[in-house]
Design a protein around this ligand. Structure first.
Ligand SMILES: NC(=O)c1ccc[n+]([C@@H]2O[C@H](COP(=O)([O-])OP(=O)(O)OC[C@H]3O[C@@H](n4cnc5c(N)ncnc54)[C@H](OP(=O)(O)O)[C@@H]3O)[C@@H](O)[C@H]2O)c1
Length: 236
C-alpha cells in the first residue's frame, strides 16, 4: 500500500512492527516517539522527538499529504481501585486519550489532503479490558473506553473523507507488557488464559493496523476490532 503514513509510538512494540510492515510499500513513514527504540534507520522512515504528555507539540515535520496515521502510546497501570490515586487516572487519560487528540489535531490538515479516491485512515489502540471488565484495570479501562468513544465520534464526524477504527488487543509481548513475560513460567501461565493457546505478538496487532490503513478495509469505519486470541468472546 503506497502513501505517506505517520506512526505515533513507532519506536517499540506494536508501533515498531507497524512501521516495519509498512516499509515495503509505503512512500514515507514519519514516527513520533521519545526515543529511537528499535528503529534501525531506513531511508523511508523519519523519526521526530515527541512526548505526547507535553503541550504545544510541533507537527510541522510531517508531509503536507498523509494517507494514514496510527497512535500507539499506551499504559498498563494495573492496581486495585483502592491503590489507584486520582492522578493515576489523569496520567492514563493523558497518554491514551489526550495524546491521541493532540496527535490527530496535529495531523488533521494533512489527513484531509490525503483523502482522494480512497478515504484517509486513522487507527487507534484500545484494550480487551474495556469490553471485559477485568479487575485491577479500572484506570486503563476508563482511559481506553474514552479512546473507543473518540473512535466512533470522529468516524461519524469525518466520514466520508477519513475512516477511524480502533484495535482492542489482549496481552501482547512488547516492552509495555514485559513484566508479564519475565520468566518461562509466567509466559506459559499467561498463554493458558487464551482460547488460542498463546498471548499476542506485535505482528498480530500490526497486521490488523496495516489492514485498517489499506484500501482492503475501505468500507469499515467506527469499528473496534478485538484481536485477543479469543479472550473477549470465547470460554474454553
Ligand atoms: N502490550 C499489550 O499487552 C497491550 C494490551 C492491550 C492494549 N495495548 C495497547 O496497544 C498499544 C501499543 O502498545 P505496546 O505494547 O506496543 O506499547 P509499548 O511497547 O510501550 O510501545 C509504545 C510506543 O509508544 C511510545 N510512547 C509511549 N509513551 C509515549 C509518549 N508519552 N510520547 C511519545 N511516545 C510515547 C514508545 O516509544 P518511546 O518510549 O520511545 O517514547 C513506543 O514506541 C497501546 O495503546 C497499548 O495500550 C497493549
Amino acid at each position: 500500500m503506497s502513501g505517506n503514513f505517520v506512526v505515533a509510538g513507532g519506536s517499540k512494540g506494536i508501533g515498531l512492527e507497524v512501521v516495519n510492515q509498512l516499509i515495503p510499500s509505503a512512500d514515507r513513514i514519519d514516527v513520533f516517539s521519545r526515543s529511537q527504540g528499535g528503529l534501525t534507520g531506513h531511508e523511508k522512515v523519519f523519526r521526530h522527538d515527541m512526548d505526547f504528555t507535553e503541550n504545544d507539540l510541533d507537527f510541522s515535520g510531517i508531509p503536507d499529504i498523509v494517507n494514514g496515521v496510527v497512535y500507539c502510546p499506551g499504559t498498563i497501570n494495573l492496581r486495585s481501585f483502592r491503590a489507584l490515586k486520582p492522578h493515576d487516572f489523569v496520567s492514563d487519560f493523558e497518554v491514551n486519550l489526550v495524546g491521541a487528540v493532540k496527535f490527530l489535531q496535529g495531523c488533521l490538515t494533512a489527513l484531509k489532503k490525503g483523502a482522494g479516491d480512497q478515504p484517509a485512515s486513522v487507527v487507534l489502540y484500545s484494550t480487551v479490558a474495556v469490553s471485559q471488565g477485568l479487575s485491577m484495570h479500572a484506570s486503563v479501562a476508563a482511559a481506553k473506553g474514552a479512546v473507543e468513544g473518540l473512535t466512533r465520534s470522529l468516524a461519524a464526524e469525518w466520514a466520508p473523507k477519513i475512516r477511524v477504527n480502533c484495535i482492542a488487543p489482549a496481552l501482547t509481548d512488547t516492552p509495555l507488557a514485559s513484566r508479564f513475560f519475565s520468566s518461562p513460567e509466567n509466559r506459559q501461565a499467561m498463554a493458558l488464559k487464551y482460547p488460542l493457546g498463546r498471548t499476542g505478538v506485535p505482528a498480530d496487532l500490526a497486521s490488523t493496523a496495516r489492514f485498517l490503513l489499506s484500501s482492503e478495509s475501505s468500507w469499515m469505519t467506527g469499528q473496534v476490532l478485538a484481536v485477543d486470541g479469543g479472550m473477549s468472546t470465547l470460554r474454553s
